[in-house]
Design a binder for this molecule. Structure first.
Ligand SMILES: C[S@@+](CC[C@H](N)C(=O)[O-])C[C@H]1O[C@@H](n2cnc3c(N)ncnc32)[C@H](O)[C@@H]1O
Length: 406
């Protein structure tokens, strides 16, 4: 695992000029001057070619390797961790719709596949950041164990309790959801869930990192974590956990740069994707208009906007955006022109992202291998594997750690 992390560390560092600039904010990335032919080839892709490449990272790697031979290493670096290599798994633990009427389909399959992968479950379980307890309920059915979900949002706890009572399944008497801020839990205190198997599905950034630190201190026997949203951290920069990773070539990586690891929306319904894309065209159209009026060529941050704003039309959206920037727009604006500018810019963004997205999964594996090494250094036997396909969830890396027993 250390060799793989080191190889990823050098490879990501060697190529950082290609993945650090965010295409949405950077119309003319510096790498375009170093690789002008690559830049032209990307920008020259038709809409159909671009859409086809977005769906197939391997073909994209082959294409881009013509200009960037180093990209060929990507498949070796990701061997074993590519989402689509995941073997078909037993679906035994996936709850039926009758057993889980209020669980979204994808979460039902996700939780079931994870529960299958975690067999045998031979200890009481703590579901860390349990939300409404979808995984906790699944684990209760998949085992004979007590399952305690810890969740910080009281509304989710209450809704989860209602679901437990509504289901009236005998196994559900073994599930409890507790209102708890997990960041307040410290190892070796009365509150710490000692002697339980700690399971976390999609606990974000600091929430899973706090789990690793405290669980290691507590000497937890078994830890199973599917991490998510690595960039959600109180620190402005990435801090490696393991001793072996302290000398990273990517020292000082910002939380914002870490965000690339989770930039994937394969699970969003088509309509949601289309609405999000339209909103992006509007945001870029407004930005082009703003730059033209202010003669300021630097991207100006705009607070996030809702797809509901699409109902109001592009001019209204631009007036809203200008007010967010403390300004206003002239009475006469050629709206179709600026909307077209936004569409053109967004087409460029999509093409440049084909290149940037080549580094998305490698960055994620690099981040996760640091956790694996940290756990190994603490005396755990650790495996890292995908537990479901990318379509079920792109955040599908499962870290399984068992403490060596002397
Ligand atoms: C991405 S959701 C995952 C929920 C659930 N594990 C699942 O997979 O459906 C992350 C959950 O962490 C909860 N959370 C956020 N901060 C927390 C904290 N400090 N303590 C406990 N839970 C927290 C959120 O309310 C949310 O329910």
């Amino acid at each position: 695992m250390l060799n793989r992390w080191q190889a990823l560390d050098s490879w990501l560092s060697d190529h950082q000029a290609l993945w650090k600039p965010v295409p949405f904010y950077t119309p003319h990335p510096d790498w375009a001057n170093v690789y002008p032919e690559l830049y032209r080839a990307l920008r020259g892709l038709s809409a159909e070619e671009c859409a086809a490449l977005q769906k197939n990272e391997t073909v994209t790697t082959e294409l881009l390797s013509r200009w960037l031979p180093g990209l060929k290493q990507r498949s070796w670096l990701l061997e074993g961790f590519l989402a689509d290599e995941c073997e078909l798994q037993a679906l035994d633990c996936v709850l039926s719709e009758n057993q889980a009427p209020h669980m979204p389909e994808r979460k039902r399959v996700q939780a079931g596949l994870l529960a299958s992968r975690l067999q045998p479950l031979s200890q009481p379980i703590t579901d860390w950041c349990s939300g409404m307890g979808h995984l906790a309920r699944t684990l209760a059915v998949a085992s004979s164990q007590q399952v305690t979900g810890l969740e910080w949002n009281p509304q989710l706890v209450e809704r989860g309790q209602q679901l437990i009572h509504q289901t009236r399944c005998p196994h559900q008497t073994r599930v409890t959801l507790q209102h708890q801020d997990v960041l307040q839990l410290q190892a070796n205190t009365a509150q710490w869930p000692d002697s339980t198997h700690l399971v976390a599905l999609h606990a974000c950034g600091d929430l899973h990192r706090h789990l690793f630190h405290q669980a290691v201190k507590a000497g937890q026997k078994r830890i199973s974590v599917v991490p998510c949203c690595y960039h959600l951290t109180a620190d402005a920069h990435w801090h490696p956990l393991a001793d072996a990773t302290q000398r990273s070539a990517l020292q000082g990586l910002s939380a914002n740069e870490m965000r690339l690891a989770v930039q994937e929306t394969v699970t969003a319904p088509q309509r949601v994707t289309e609405q999000r894309e339209e909103l992006n065209r509007w945001r870029l159209g407004y930005e082009a208009l703003r730059q033209h009026l202010s003669r300021d060529t630097h991207y100006r941050f705009l607070p996030s906007s809702s797809v509901k704003q699409l109902q109001q039309g592009f001019p209204e959206f631009c007036h809203w955006a200008a007010s967010q920037h403390g300004g206003s727009l002239p009475a006469q604006v050629d709206w179709p022109f600026w909307l077209n500018q936004g569409a053109q810019r967004y087409a460029q963004v999509q093409r440049d992202e084909l290149l940037r997205h080549q580094f998305r999964r490698p960055l994620e594996v690099w981040l996760v291998l640091d956790y694996v090494l940290f756990l190994q250094e603490a005396g755990y036997q650790v495996s890292l594997q995908t537990f479901c396909s990318r379509e079920i969830s792109p955040r599908n890396l499962l870290i399984e750690a068992q403490r060596y027993v002397e």
